[in-house]
Design a protein around this ligand. Structure first.
Ligand code: FAD
Length: 375
């Protein structure tokens, strides 16, 4: 158990750190941004992630550019996300830049393959208990563990779950050089296109890969409100709660055939080819859409950021963008240190600054979901 040894070692060191210590659960985009923001304020940060390092991740995200009055930390995060520009970026590009920044930032310990099974707090500290039976303490603990957050269960046990919005998106993507030559998009095409049809719509994206090849990735996000029975039948949705996404290997053959036919009839090239390729190789993924309007973002020494805190419909294109502001705001709230009651006061200031804004953000997508989603 090499992993347990590593965490034990840092547990001893934690008590030696200057302005305070934080434990962050989750090292996806929100967890990495939060870790960077807290470490820049002089905290020692331990980030615990259940997945392994460098996992693949598909989507293109619309990322907002610089905004008036941004702090130095917000500026850094925006530069890492998109060089400070409003543009579409691949999830993998953003994640790898944030991960490299976190690794090179003094005061951050990043542990992959470490699942947090329980969190708790008393008047002196908050802690996470991992699947390696280690307890990691901090002055504060931050849940950045996504839409199905375990930390949210602790913060808001009366409303622990995000709610299924009544529709899903199919996501598929392909490198442009793997498309037939005549279908490769020209460099004059817009980066994002919306294609409409009677029973749904599709966002097509053409995004720079930034992997040194100069090539792009062509992606599809297909909104579909006709598969709710399938999602329930396969256990992706239970009652009102989304349990997991639908992986390509689990999609029934009949559904793949239907998607293939519909792609050919409904969508223009190159997107129809991308979808047909994804059904043939079972690389498509189905994501049931969920929403969560929070009533609280903190409980004592424990706070939520990102999708753990608020889940907006993707049509708002604001989940990542607001997660970035969560991270930067939390950073500025802990700037005075976390000694004693200061930790609790810092989190209260974070909630006071963010709660109303993130509630409005999720609510802005709800009327769309009510009209497109099917009960
Ligand atoms: C189809 C789609 C399109 C979108 N488009 C946009 C867009 O255009 N613009 C935009 O701003 N946003 C968009 N979003 C939202 C955006 O993707 C998310 O808001 C953003 O990525 C933040 O995610 P997160 O890091 O909070 O959560 P996640 O990415 O879900 O990360 C949670 C992490 O926590 C880890 N974890 C979970 N439980 C545990 C545990 N017990 N122990 C340890 N680790 C754990 C997980 O492994 C994961 O790494 C879109 C979302 C979807 C679904």
């Amino acid at each position: 158990m090499e992993g347990s040894f590593v965490i034990k070692a840092h547990l001893h060191n934690n008590s030696l750190k200057g302005k305070g210590t934080a434990v962050v659960v989750g090292a996806s985009l929100s967890g990495l941004m939060t870790g960077i923001a807290l470490a820049r304020e002089g905290l020692h940060v331990t980030i615990l992630e259940r997945a392994s390092e460098g996992r693949p991740g598909g989507a293109g995200l619309q990322v907002d550019g610089a905004r008036f009055g941004q702090s130095k930390t917000e500026k850094l995060l925006r530069n890492l996300a998109s060089q400070g520009k409003s543009t579409v970026q691949l999830w993998t590009t953003i994640e790898s830049r944030l991960r490299e920044e976190a690794k090179s930032t003094a005061g951050i310990e990043l542990h992959y393959n470490t699942r947090v099974e329980e969190v708790g707090q008393d008047t002196h500290s908050a802690w996470a208990i991992t699947d390696q039976e280690e307890t990691v303490h901090g002055d504060i603990l931050v849940g950045a563990d996504g839409h199905h957050s375990m930390v949210r269960r602790f913060v808001a046990p009366h409303r622990p779950d995000a709610t299924f919005a009544g529709y899903m998106v199919w996501m598929a993507s392909m490198n442009e050089e793997d498309l037939p030559e005549e279908q490769r998009p020209s460099y004059h095409e817009p980066k994002v296109r919306m294609l409409d049809s009677r029973n749904g719509f599709l966002f097509g994206s053409i995004i720079d890969r930034e992997d040194g090849t100069g090539n792009r990735r062509v992606g599809c996000t297909w909104y579909d409100n006709s598969r709710n029975d399938l999602l329930r039948h396969l256990g992706c949705v239970e009652g009102d709660v989304v349990l997991h996404s639908l992986r390509g290997k689990d999609v029934p053959e009949q559904t793949l055939t239907e998607l293939n036919d519909q792609a050919t009839k409904r969508w223009d090239e190159p997107f129809a080819t991308v979808l047909r390729h994804a059904t043939a190789t079972r690389t498509l993924i189905g994501i049931p859409i969920k929403e969560y309007v929070p009533d609280q973002l903190i409980k004592g020494r424990v706070a939520l950021v990102g999708d753990a805190a608020h889940v907006p419909a993707p049509i708002t294109a604001s989940g990542f963008n607001q997660s970035l502001i969560d991270a930067a705001t939390l950073g500025s709230c802990v700037a005075g240190g976390l000694d004693g009651e200061a930790a609790v006061e810092a989190l209260k200031a974070y909630e006071a600054e963010r709660l109303k804004k993130v509630r409005r953000m999720v609510q802005s997508g709800q009327s769309y979901s009510q009209s497109f989603g099917r009960a």
